[in-house]
Design a protein around this ligand. Structure first.
Ligand SMILES: Nc1ncnc2c1ncn2[C@@H]1O[C@H](COP(=O)(O)OP(=O)(O)OP(=O)(O)O)[C@@H](O)[C@H]1O
Ligand SMILES: CC(=O)N[C@H]1[C@@H]2OC[C@@H](O2)[C@@H](O)[C@@H]1O[C@H](C)C(=O)O
Length: 399
């Protein structure tokens, strides 16, 4: 037997697996690395985050990714080269983190790598009837395996699409396993570049569980800041947005898009929610001369409104909800205030209340997906479109 296969067989049978979950999202701030201790599988899964760090990207690397990110006319040679470069850089960042943590490489069982999404093209975005859903994450798994010596599970989204999904959100497959709680209606709300949530009903009925994107999280605010304030990457503590005022006409125009009318689950990305989207809404609402602070305040209201609308329209009959936040947007005080003011019947917390660092939550998700692929089996979420019963990820061996 190939020694790597026999090693994998052994890992699948261990009582506890050390899995490094990796996530690099739309904000391109860096690589989230979560060293997770996973045991069991399916609804018996237990996970603890032993270590977590966000390794910041250097500015050249970030600029390189940005040059092809969410761009229809990206340089194909650059995409090809970055597929290797992203993986090589991620491998170096993992080895650096392990060194800092004083943990030997051979203590790690698996790497679970999301890669870097550079284009997301569900049918609802590309609109081409004869083409399927599509998505592209770069940062090749074989490179990660070879450069670290660790068996790597990578490229999780393709199986989801092959089985009928949009390739996202995959959060449902992890959230249901570790966060569903009998007797409590839960929303796991992640506010990253794009905002999404998972609904976990109080009866834990898998056929009612779903995850969906709801619209922009931080991405529009971040893009506006980066285009208008050259020294800033984001609006720290909403300091600038708090100096501005909501413009109702602009908010109305921003909310007018067919994406918001589609049924759940659905996905989106900066391919739709970008500065061109904002410009169109400003032209349409006659608000091109607004102050930058007013635009930022309105963008913050836009994120809050789309989240509130999504929660209210899908779950009108549920009654009290417990909302557990994660992702960078939960650090934005204006955004959180707007959510709390609108969802008055809900109890707000963060995944820290459930023993998972909110900044690590998405990296943990990929560790859970890898754990399920190696040691579990597909969960049946009912026969609904967009939530196929699959285990995901490609197995990449170091030799
Ligand atoms: N103190 C803060 N005040 C305001 N905004 C903040 C703060 N801290 C973080 N953010 C926001 O969170 C963003 C980073 O969020 P996060 O790391 O969750 O994104 P991501 O993982 O790239 O996104 P995605 O989930 O879409 O993949 C920052 O770019 C910023 O907009
Ligand atoms: C295509 C893609 O990378 N989508 C991300 C992105 O970031 C948030 C939202 O958009 C979500 O759909 C997804 O990530 C999370 C981890 C998911 O699949 O659940």
């Amino acid at each position: 037997m190939n020694p790597n296969i026999s090693k994998l067989y052994h890992i699948a049978q261990k009582s506890e697996r050390k899995i490094i979950g990796l996530m690099s999202g739309t904000s391109l701030d860096g690589l989230d690395i979560a060293l997770c201790l996973c045991s069991g599988s399916g609804t018996d899964t237990r996970v603890a985050v032993a270590k977590f760090v966000t390794m910041p990207y250097d500015s050249d690397f970030r600029a390189d990714i940005k040059s092809v990110f969410a761009k229809k006319d990206a340089d194909l040679e650059k995409v090809c080269l970055l597929n290797e470069v992203v993986a090589i850089n991620h491998a170096a960042l993992i080895l650096k983190a392990l060194k800092e943590w004083n943990i030997a490489v051979d203590e790690i069982d698996l790497i679970a790598s999301h890669g870097q999404t550079i284009f997301h093209a569900p049918k609802i975005l590309h609109g081409k009837a004869s083409y399927p859903n599509g998505t592209l994450q770069i940062g090749d798994g074989d490179h990660l395996a070879v450069h670290t010596g660790i068996i790597t599970i990578a490229d999780f989204r393709q199986k989801h699409i092959a089985a009928g999904g949009e390739g996202a959100p995959l959060a449902v497959y992890g959230d249901y396993l570790v966060f569903a709680k009998q007797g409590e209606n839960r929303i796991m709300l992640n506010i990253g570049g794009i905002a999404n949530f998972t609904f976990l009903p109080a009866d834990k009925d898998a056929s009612k569980v779903f995850s969906t994107d709801v619209g922009p999280g931080n991405t529009l605010m971040d893009q506006f800041i980066q285009a208008n304030y050259p020294d800033l990457y984001f609006d720290q503590d909403a300091a600038l947005a708090c100096k501005g005022n909501l413009n109702p006409a602009l908010l109305h125009a921003l909310l007018e898009n067919e994406f918001f009318e589609k049924n759940f689950p659905k996905t989106t990305g900066p391919e739709l929610f970008n500065l061109a989207y904002l410009q169109r809404a400003q032209l349409q609402s006659n608000t091109v001369n607004l102050t930058k602070e007013d635009v930022l305040a309105t963008l913050c209201y836009f994120t809050a409104s789309s989240i509130v609308k999504a929660i209210n329209t899908t779950l009108p009959e549920i009654g009290q909800l417990h909302i557990y936040m994660s992702g960078g947007g939960m650090h934005n005080p204006l955004l959180v205030k707007l959510l709390k003011n609108s969802l008055t019947n809900s109890i707000f917390g963060t995944t820290a209340d459930l023993a998972i660092n909110p900044d690590a939550k998405e990296a943990v998700l990929f560790a859970l997906l890898a754990n399920e692929t190696i040691a579990g089996s597909p969960i049946h979420f009912g026969d609904r479109e967009g939530v196929p019963s699959v285990c995901m990820g490609k197995i990449c061996l170091p030799s």
